[in-house]
Design a protein around this ligand. Structure first.
Ligand SMILES: Cc1ncc(COP(=O)(O)O)c(C=O)c1O
Length: 388
């Protein structure tokens, strides 16, 4: 079979590969602790599930407009306006099956072949994959542990060229849990305005924050028209399998992103969107409970990792990941990840799954019970002790 050239540039998300490998081991009877996959282990809150069932019973089973049902676009507009302190109309909202398509659609709509896009590295692997897939140049900006995994805005200035069209920011961040400060975002906003850049602001973890508060780059004067906010329901409401996300952007762009949706998914499932309305407008105590539980787990995982010889771990302020430094062990992290899975039955992701600057780190998702986290850490310690 002769493939299109662009397929050689398509990346992937290793989390799904490691999950598949772990499942294979489980099928053979091995017990595996899952610290690889980035999804809450909680069930979707009952009121949201009930709203989905009600919508099905009421016949929300047909196509709906490509940009999404008006009830949800309105609820998203109100939520985003309130939390980002900006004005948003429902016409600026496009609902997608998960937030991921927003990345693809926005990059397709705004970036030409040969343009440059700056993205965080280590970072969510789909940014780099999509940038390369469409034939643009992926320009990584390194997130360093010594800078709490925040990007260095002086370095950013130097990376921008006349070909730079867009930059991706993600705070709180996957895989490091790092968060940009308001000052960082202001500096990035200034650069974006000076150099006429669009900003894809991935704010999917904006509700999962333990210290400080969320700031969106869209809130700075003049930034809303050059920012696309990406957010969704997967993480905040434990709804990964429902596939529900959204982008908020200028209206003229929203029309085109909806057109890309017409050309691909047609629309997002209708009853799922009605459940999303309940998520945003219903009681929020379940979200608060999940975040409080994640915080407890974060503290357990950070303390546990720092107690393991040759491993050190920063305390992240948001998301549900830690990115411990395992460089002292002296193994390439891919080999280390395989070893931990096969020998210790602990599934983690190797740092390089998030780009070349992830060498020397692994990513652990603590979206798992305290009991499992403790067991996973104990197994890790024992297995690492065997590496001399
Ligand atoms: C940084 C980041 N952005 C976006 C997504 C996409 O989420 P979804 O498509 O499930 O809404 C993820 C999921 O892991 C993520 O970590």
């Amino acid at each position: 079979m002769r493939l299109a050239d662009r397929m050689s540039r398509l990346g992937t998300e290793t989390a799904f590969e490691v999950l598949a490998k772990a499942k294979q081991l489980e099928a053979k009877g091995k017990h595996v602790i899952h610290l690889e996959i980035g999804e809450p282990d909680f069930d979707t809150p009952r009121n949201i599930v009930d709203a989905g069932i009600k919508a099905l019973n009421e016949g929300y089973t047909h196509y709906n407009p490509s940009a999404g049902v008006v009830e949800l676009r309105k609820a998203v507009a109100e939520e985003v306006a309130k939390t980002r302190n900006i004005q948003v109309s429902p016409d600026q909202v496009v609902i997608t099956p998960g937030a991921k398509p927003i990345m693809f659609f926005v990059i397709m709509a705004l970036v030409n072949e040969g343009d440059e896009v700056i993205y965080p590295n280590p970072g969510f692997p789909i940014y780099e994959s999509m940038i390369k897939f469409i034939g643009a140049k992926a320009v990584p900006i390194q997130l360093r542990e010594e800078n709490d995994f925040r990007l260095d805005t002086e370095e950013l200035k130097k990376l921008v060229t006349d070909k730079t069209r867009m930059m991706v920011v993600n705070s709180p961040q996957n895989p490091t849990g790092g968060m940009l400060t308001k000052e960082d975002l202001k500096a990035i906003a200034d650069i974006a305005q000076e150099r006429d850049l669009m900003v894809l602001s991935d704010e999917i973890y904006s509700r999962i924050i333990y210290e400080g508060s969320h700031h969106s780059i869209s809130s700075f004067p003049g930034m809303q028209e050059r920012t696309i906010i990406l957010d969704g329901f997967s993480k905040t409401f434990a709804m990964t399998g429902w596939r529900l996300g959204y982008g908020v952007m200028r209206e003229d762009l929203a029309v085109l992103i909806a057109k890309l949706q017409t050309n691909s998914n047609s629309c997002t499932a209708t009853f799922t969107q009605m459940a999303g309305v309940e998520g945003l407008t219903g009681p929020q105590n379940e979200v608060d409970r999940m975040v409080a539980e994640f915080k407890k787990r974060r503290d357990v995982v950070v303390a546990g990792l720092n107690a393991i010889p040759r491993v050190s771990c920063k305390t992240p302020k948001g998301a549900f990941y830690v990115f411990p430094n395992v460089r002292e062990i002296g193994w390439d992290v891919r080999r280390l990840g395989d070893y931990l899975l096969n020998e210790a039955g602990v599934a983690v992701l190797f740092g390089t799954s998030f780009g070349k600057y992830g060498e020397g780190y692994v990513r652990i998702s603590y979206a798992n019970s305290v009991e499992n986290i403790k067991e996973g850490l104990a197994r890790m310690e024992k297995a690492l002790d065997k590496i001399k």
